[in-house]
Design a protein around this ligand. Structure first.
Ligand code: HEM
Length: 450
């Protein structure tokens, strides 16, 4: 965006999507039959007096994803399509600027979670069982809001409804991929054939948007976005997506998966973790510092092992950019043509026994320790890239990669500063593991007892 344009305040993109379904079907008929392609776009540019307009693009219902787009119909705006880096730059700058807030906000939010676990375990009516996932949803949502913007969503107008609104919106994004356990005859038409109507979730989206708009303004993130050439409105939608879908959606699955793996690994691993964590924290003067966390090699290995065995995002898609050959692990070459859609199911790739040996399907906490262990890291793919590589504005690797491995480690630190060991029942739910605490043994040594 040229600096001369910035002097005028950004305005909303004009246009209309019409009524759900009916609007898109009408537009499709215009596009294919009544107007033809060129006229379809030209007439809308004329109608709204703007070359950047909100319109539906065919095919729309019921075949394609959401038909609603912001269409860029002039030579100046169009090149934005070539450049996804502004949004990424914004996320890198956000994570970098909030680096120092992560440890204290993590600790305050998650120590409150564990206090709740303890009091609920002590209360007889709970039957000595405490569901971790529900507590994690509420805590992770608040933690992310506070870590990124300094404002806990539960203290705003959203109140305690943030996680449920976010989960509903997530379901609207992910329903083609999930099953709710209902009979197939109901689920197929409901979840897998059509997109759920967006007006049913628009109230939830608006409430979330309002939180992001206020919190990101207060924390000046939207000022940064503007200085990168993004409009405040566009930046806010992107922050909502990165925070709710990528970050909250990620932590909703990451922590139960990690806890499940560690619970099943048993007491021996628990005491090794507790010893390592407490020694490093004691050495740092009783404080959980980033430097202390860096020294915890076993902790890091356990987080990687969990991400290897149970990657939170299991499917990957990509178009072949050129005609290419793909080699399988059996040494077979396959021809793939430009434009073909490639699809990967990650759990298969990261449990390959030819890389991870006979224990490939097992949780081995210390797998990545030492020189030999480090050599395996390049086969850990959870971030849409190798664990030995780093995300940048030029690649499609998860920009939250380092943040995720850090919070995974902080989770174990909090757990084993507090407890010598714990027991839990492990099952599965919609998107990953379900964990129910059945008992915790308070720490008998180290800084956690202070
Ligand atoms: C456990 C947590 C997380 C997991 C498992 C995860 C995983 C992934 C994966 C697999 C992708 C690639 C998707 C694809 O193109 O196929 C991705 C992309 C992305 N992630 Fe994460 N992520 C997590 C947390 C985060 C966090 C905390 C952020 C916050 C900044 C984030 C931001 C993004 C963004 C913006 C992309 C799109 C990158 C691009 O297409 O260029 N993620 N993530």
């Amino acid at each position: 965006m040229a600096s001369s344009d910035r002097s005028s305040a950004p305005r909303p993109v004009p246009g209309s999507y019409g009524l759900p379904v009916i609007g898109a079907v009408r537009d499709r008929l215009d596009f294919y039959y009544f107007q033809g392609q060129d006229k379809y776009f030209d007439s809308r540019v004329e109608r709204y007096g703007s070359t950047v307009v909100r319109i539906n693009v065919p095919p729309g219902p019921f075949m394609a994803r959401d038909p609603r787009v912001v269409a860029l119909l002039d030579a100046k705006s169009f090149p934005v399509l070539f450049d996804v880096t502004k949004v990424k730059q914004l996320l890198f700058s956000l994570l970098q600027s909030r680096k120092d807030a992560v440890v204290p906000t993590f600790r305050s939010n998650f120590s409150a979670l564990f206090s709740t676990v303890e009091s609920q375990l002590a209360a007889k009516e709970g039957g000595n069982k405490v569901e971790f996932n529900k507590l994690n949803d509420a805590t992770s949502f608040d933690f992310i809001g506070e870590a990124y913007f300094g404002v806990r969503p539960s203290t705003t107008d959203l109140g305690s409804d943030g996680p449920s609104k976010a989960a509903k919106w997530l379901l609207w994004q992910l329903h083609p991929l999930v099953t709710l356990g209902l009979p197939m005859i109901i689920e197929e038409p409901l979840l897998h054939t059509f997109h759920l109507p967006s007006f049913l979730v628009s109230g939830d989206y608006k409430a979330l948007y309002s939180y992001f708009s206020t919190a990101a303004s207060q924390s000046r993130v939207l000022d940064t976005a503007q200085s990168l050439g993004l409009s405040r409105e566009e930046a806010c939608h992107n922050l909502l997506f990165a925070t709710t879908f990528n970050s909250y959606g990620g932590l909703k699955v990451l922590f139960p998966g990690l806890l499940a793996g560690v619970a099943n690994a048993g007491q021996k691993l628990h005491s090794r973790l507790a010893n390592e964590i407490r020694a490093a924290v004691a050495e740092a003067g009783g404080k959980v510092t980033l430097a202390a966390v860096e020294k915890m090699e076993l902790v890091k290995s356990v987080v990687w092992e969990s991400l290897r065995l149970d990657p939170p995002v299991k499917f990957q898609y990509g178009h072949a950019k050129t005609d290419m050959q793909i080699e399988s692990h059996d040494g077979v070459l396959f021809q793939v043509n430009k434009g073909e859609m490639l699809f990967g199911y990650q759990p298969c790739a990261t449990k390959d026994a030819r890389v991870f040996g006979p224990t490939a399907r097992e949780f081995v906490g210390d797998r990545f320790l030492g020189e030999k262990g480090k050599k395996l890291l390049k086969y850990v793919y959870w971030s849409n890239g190798r664990e030995t590589e780093n995300p940048s504005v030029d690649n499609k690797q998860c920009p939250g990669k380092n943040f995720v491995v850090l919070v995974g480690r902080l989770f174990l630190v909090e757990l084993f500063l507090r407890y010598d060991t714990f027991t839990a029942e492990v099952g599965t739910e919609l998107l990953g593991a379900k964990v129910v605490f059945t008992g915790v043994t308070k720490a008998t040594s180290g800084p956690g007892t202070a």
